[in-house]
Structures are given as C-alpha cells and as structure tokens.
Design a protein around this ligand. Structure first.
Ligand SMILES: [Ca+2]
Length: 483
C-alpha cells in the first residue's frame, strides 16, 4: 500500500543515509546498488511537520535496487521527540519478493526477544527486541499483523561493525509493510563501577585491559592460588550496601573469592567456562560500610578441574545502598497496535503520563480521499492526535492539511494546506505552523490569554466555547506560543 505522494524539494539520499538511518531493506537478499555508475541510494528525503509535538520525515528509494527495481520503497518516520518513533516501511514491486529489514545492531550489547536473552546466530519468531549496553537501551516493537522471524547475525562482509538484526517479511509478495515502534533511552546501572577505571594494585601478576563480548575487562595474569587484584573505591555515605560483580569467563580462568577491607563476602565463584564470554551478575550479598575509602580484593582460591589456568578478568561491579533499585530504569511500557482503514494506515499507541495514560492515533493517508482512522478525520498526508480524556488532546500534528476533526473536536480549518504541530504544556501551548501563503488559520488550543508569534505579541480571535484560535499568518514558518 503506497502512502499519498507529497510535493517538496528532495534532498539527495546520501544525506538521508548519513543522517537518518543505518537501517537497510534487502530485496531477495540483495542490498542497494553500490558499484560505479550506480550510486548508492538514488532516493530522496522530504520533511513534513517539524515541531515540538511531532516530527515527520519520509525517505524514498524505490530505484536504489539495481537488480530488482521497486515501484515503491517509502520509509515514513513519525517521531514524538520526547517519547518514541514510529517507522513504516512501505514496499511494492512488479514481481513478488522477500524483503529483509536489516538493523545495524552494534556490538557488545545484550539482546532480548520478547523478554528472553537471545544469542548471536539464532532466529526466533517474536515481536519485541530489546538491545542494551552499559549506557543505553533501545527497544523495537514490531506492529505487523503476522509474526516476524528475527535473526541476530554477524554483519555480512563487515564483521567489525558487530551484529545485524534481520526481520523478514515472510513469504514472497508484491507488496509488504514493516511497521516498527522504536524507543530509546539511557541505561544507567545504579552504583556501577567499571573495573578498568578504578585505582588498582595486584599481588605481583601483571594485568591489562581486554575486550570480551564488547565489554572492557581488567585481565589478571595470575598463576597461583593466593594471587590477587585489589581496587580502591570511595563511598559518599555510611550504611548497608549490596554488592554484585560482572566477571569474564574462559577455559583458563580461576575460582576466586571477594573480600572488602579484608573481610570475605559471599561464596567462591568459578569463572571457568569453555567459552570466552561474560557471566551474568554475581551477587555477594550485603555488608555495612562507612563513608570513605575501601579496598575491594579478588583472590584466586583454586581452579576447576577442567580449567587450564588461574587467570581472572573483571568487567565491573556494583555497590548500592541496600533497599534501593539495583537495575537500570526500564523504558516505559507502551501498548501499540497497527490500525488500518479504507483511507489510512497507522498505529494506536498508549503511553503512561504521570497518573494517567494517553492514547496516540498516528496515521498516513493512503488515497486521495480524506483519511478516517480511529476517530480522526483529516485531509492531512500524515497525522498524530494524542487523546487525553474524551476529546481532550495533549498534542496533535498534521502534515499538509486544511482540515482535521478528532472525536467531534475541530483541530484545524484553513484554505491552503499547512504543516501544524501543537503541544499543550501546563504553562503554555507550543505551536509550529508552516503556511505556503498569507491566510487565516483556525486551530484548537485549550485556552488563550496571550499569544506571541515569533516572539512578538499577536492579535488573534479565540472562541473559548469551541476552543479554537484564529489568526492571520504570512507565508512561512512561525513559532506561536499561547498562554
Ligand atoms: Ca568494564
């Protein structure tokens, strides 16, 4: 299903590639053309509404495939800048093909599919992919009607780039759509200390930093029972602390125990494994510590009968006040589903907002007629309405629209199509509006006592009963603040 075409100046796809997306769609296993005379890309990128409420961008690259030219390859991205992205890949071709969405997934991270850890080289049918490292987290939720096979594989021919996620469109077809919700955020483990960043001494053996599964670890070249490595830490306050460690494993690693300021804590840990990888977090229990400097020592106590040596490696450890969270703050849970009508395709996303939740209706018009979807009627090419309660909206955004009604509330009325984004804050309503001509524009705001346009006070009419603001604007883009 092709989305409605839009008319704007196209930039080169090289810009789209470098600024928007490390993601690519493969057609029957083939990527986009790269040889001389067939420049990579051959596409265009166009922007819709760009506002505090929403950003909408479309990239098109149907002719980028040298062996299998497509009729349509549009990638529409709707971003709620502070919340999430919705990405819709729309593909159509004269012949049937299998489409394979490939996401450059980096290296040294954890992957989960539908909440279960997922090893490199495996495939699984799933819906939600989580990707973590020590500082960031990314979640992809596939909103397609049918389940997708997801594969985590090395980056073909460029293994130094780490891994790729492949999402297959399934059986060959002339048309395909891959709709994905993306959430990103920080992933900071409370009280995490990277071993390689701490002051350190050993009982004699040399040490150096190594990379294991993408993590930097302190590797101790220990050779006998009793060898140790000791880190110095500084605690800001006295109290009870919980202690966890992350160790590397290998066929030549030792058994070790932890002591803090000379006092043993927890059990002996065997870091021998037949694989070189990282152990899951090892908990050593809790102890009372005073504010100030402490010595955290790992001592070799022996080795597994299968191990070839006494080496150890330490990735990181965590010392947090007992009773406080030990895991990173997870990404907010969003409920999302694909929705479709005769005139539009999109998604409904429910997201938490303080004590309540908001329901976002996001749509792309699919034909010449006005789009009708989930209580929204508009001639916009793309639309977003975030419903609060009943017809109340937290934000809305419309690309190239003259009219929009949501649950019987008038959102927009004008003569020439505008791009409009409206975000209601408690203190003010932030509006970005682009009009191609001088015209009067009427749009919904909750209240209006004072209005500025590009920082200057402006004369407006406000219909308090219908909550509609009317103002005359010159051609161009304007920042409107309503208080
Ligand atoms: Ca580390």
């Amino acid at each position: 299903m092709a989305v409605a075409p839009i008319a704007m100046n196209a930039t080169t796809v090289d810009q789209a590639r470098s600024k928007v997306s490390p993601y690519t769609v493969f057609v029957d296993g083939h990527g986009q053309g790269v040889r001389q005379g067939f420049p990579q890309g051959r596409g265009s990128m166009r922007a819709g509404v760009v506002s505090d409420a929403c950003v909408y961008v479309v990239g098109s690259a149907a002719k980028a495939y040298e062996t299998t030219p497509l009729d349509v390859f549009d990638r529409s991205v709707v971003a709620l800048p502070d919340q999430y992205y919705l990405m819709i890949d729309t593909l159509a071709a004269p012949e049937s093909h299998v489409y394979d969405w490939r996401l450059g997934a980096g290296s040294g991270t954890d992957y989960l599919i539908d909440g279960a850890h997922f090893p490199l080289g495996n495939s699984r049918v799933g819906r939600v992919v989580d990707q973590w490292n020590n500082s960031a987290q990314l979640r992809l939720t596939l909103l397609d009607d049918q389940p997708r096979t997801i594969t985590l594989a090395p980056y073909d021919g460029a293994e130094e780039y780490g891994q790729q996620l492949h999402v297959s469109s399934g059986a060959p077809a002339r048309e395909a759509e891959i709709m994905t919700l993306l959430q990103a955020g920080a992933r900071n483990t409370p009280g995490l200390l990277q071993a390689e960043t701490l002051p350190m001494v050993t009982s004699g053996p040399g040490s150096r930093n190594l990379s294991i599964s993408g993590a930097t670890v302190v590797f101790l070249r220990s050779t006998a029972v009793g060898d140790w490595v000791e880190f110095t830490i500084d605690l800001p306050e006295s109290g009870s602390y919980d202690v966890r460690f992350w160790f590397g494993t290998s066929p030549s690693y030792a058994q070790l125990r932890l002591s803090i300021d000379g006092e043993p804590l927890g059990s002996v840990v065997d870091t021998y494994r037949s694989e070189i990888t990282l152990l899951d977090a090892v908990s050593f229990g809790s102890l009372s510590l005073t504010a100030g400097t402490h010595k955290v020592r790992l001592t070799v106590t022996g080795h597994n009968a299968s191990s070839a040596g006494y080496f150890i490696s330490v990735d990181a450890f965590q010392i947090v006040r007992t009773g406080t969270p030990v895991d990173p703050q997870p990404l907010p849970t969003l409920a999302a589903r694909r929705v479709i009508s005769d005139t539009a395709v999109g998604a409904v996303v429910t997201r938490p907002a303080g004590e309540r939740s908001l329901t976002d209706v996001i749509g792309l018009r699919t034909g010449a007629a006005s789009a009708v979807l989930e209580g929204v009627r508009t001639d916009a090419e793309q639309f977003l309405v975030a419903f609060d309660r009943g017809p109340a909206v937290e934000r809305y955004a419309l690309t190239r629209a003259t009219s929009a009604i949501a649950r019987a509330r008038r959102l927009l009325a004008c003569t020439s199509a505008v791009d409009l984004g409206v975000l209601h804050h408690d203190e003010a309503t932030l509006v970005t509006i682009t009009t191609p001509v001088d015209q009067a524009v009427s749009f919904h705001v909750r209240t209006a006592t004072m209005v500025t346009v590009n920082g200057e006070p402006a004369g407006v009419q406000f219909d308090a009963g219908r909550q509609v603001l009317t103002m005359t604007l010159a051609a161009g883009t304007h920042q409107v603040v309503v208080t």
